[in-house]
Each structure stands twice: as C-alpha cells, then as structure tokens.
Design a protein. Structure first.
Length: 252
C-alpha cells in the first residue's frame, strides 16, 4: 500500500487587497487585570472578612435586587419579621436593631465571632428570601435570588461610633424622605418603637403604647457594653437626628 504524503500547511498571506500589510493597531495604556468594572453602585469587596471579637457589634447592610421593588409594604414587613423570628433562635448572632428601607435593610448585630456572623447572616438571608418570594408570588411562589450582593459590615469599636450607628439606623427613614406626611415619631418599618434611648423619653418611666395590631420586629436586648451603655456617653438620640454619612468615623 502506497504511503500517503503528509499534508503541508501553508501560511496565509498577511497582505490586504492592495498588496500591502495592514497597519497594526496598538493598545493604549496597560492591559487591564482582573474582572471588568461594573457600572452603577459600588460592589461589596470579595476579600476575606476580618476576624471579629464578641465585644464589638456590627452595622450590617443588605441590598435587594431591583425587581423585588420596595420592601416598605405590609406583606414584606411580615416576611422580614418572620426572618427575624427565625434568626432569634440562633444565639451566635443577635439582631439588636433593624431598619427596613425601600431597597436595603440595616441591621445592628452582636456576634460571637466571624463564623457566627457568617452562619447568622446566611440563616437570615435564606429565611428572608423564602418569605419574600412567597409574599411576592400571589399564589405561585416566586423563584430566584432576592439579595443583590454580599452584605456590607462595619465594625463598631467606640462609644461614639455606637451612638452614630444607632442614630443612623433608627432614623434612616428620614434620610430617604420616608417620614414625609407621617404623624408618628419613629419609623414603623424599624425597631425604633422598642428603643428606650430617645431624647423625648428622657426622665420618663414608661414608653408610649404600641398601636393595636402593630407587631414589632423580633430582636434581642443588647448585651455588648457599647450598645447597652457605652453610646450613652454622648447623650440620648433625637427623633430627627440624622447623621450625614453611613461611614462611622471618629470626630476629629
């Protein structure tokens, strides 16, 4: 049997139709490294989270996807209240205060450590997502993710930061204009009604009565010194006191 000749590959011509080599385009600047930048709101870093200590509470922010719509609805409040009830059974992470805004949720939490925060937030997000999808389904449970990104967390290490965090979370509805046309002093979509550190309550032995039919969110009493006593060094919080920024920096 005759041996077949091996096929030889011939390099194609690099000349164009005019018989000249096309000009080579040069890249301007350095070649980008890593994933491409995303437009819109800055994403939460995916770097490893720092180690945590039990005496330092945290301010955690969770954002939901745009298709979820506003969270400030009675049926979604009920869904998130159920999530706080489920999370309350896990003592590794204690939710002390909550503020539900249109597209995000603020939490003040106390944790035993980094792993406890991870497990507690995972449990809260899973429970909240299930309840929100059920509430939005209108008889047929909605499917798909609810939260937009990783949660953002700020460690609270000083009494000043603790007071700033309390004022920012409990009065966050005023920052977003949700208090317009409202007759009440505290945000009904928060735990403001169970907070005893309001300036208007200073010197009073009892709090105001919770309206009939209103069911507060399920939270723990603070156990860390910063959220229990330390923040009081800088005085009680006014109903209309809104810090300028969510970034809790020490005053110069």
């Amino acid at each position: 049997m005759a041996k077949r000749d091996r096929k030889r590959h011939v390099q194609q011509s690099l000349l164009n139709q005019h018989g000249t080599a096309p000009a080579r385009k040069r890249r301007k600047g350095a070649r980008p490294v890593g994933r491409p930048r995303t437009k819109g709101r800055r994403r939460v870093s995916h770097l490893a989270r720092p180690e945590l200590v039990a005496r330092h509470p945290l301010h955690v922010t969770l954002r939901v996807k745009a298709e979820i719509g506003s969270l400030r609805k009675a049926r979604l409040y009920k869904a998130l209240r159920h999530a706080t009830y489920v999370t309350a059974a896990y003592e590794g992470m204690r939710i002390v205060h909550v503020s539900i805004q249109r597209e995000h949720i603020h939490l003040l939490v106390e944790v035993e450590g980094k792993q406890a925060l991870s497990r507690g937030m995972q449990g809260f997000k899973i429970s909240a997502a299930k309840q929100i999808n059920r509430a939005l389904g209108d008889g047929v449970r909605r499917r798909g993710s609810v939260f937009d990104d990783r949660y953002h967390s700020e460690v609270i290490t000083t009494p000043r930061r603790a007071r700033h965090a309390l004022a920012y979370v409990l009065n966050n509805w005023r920052k977003h204009g949700e208090d317009r046309g409202r007759a009440y002093n505290t945000d009904p979509y928060s735990t403001g009604c169970v907070f005893t550190g309001w300036k208007a309550l200073e010197g009073k032995r009892v709090m105001w009565q919770v309206p009939e039919g209103y069911h507060p969110l399920i939270v723990w009493l603070p156990q860390t010194w910063l959220l229990r006593e330390g923040w009081k060094r800088y005085g009680p919080i006014g109903f209309r006191e809104v810090p300028r920024s969510a970034v809790m920096r020490e005053a110069a």
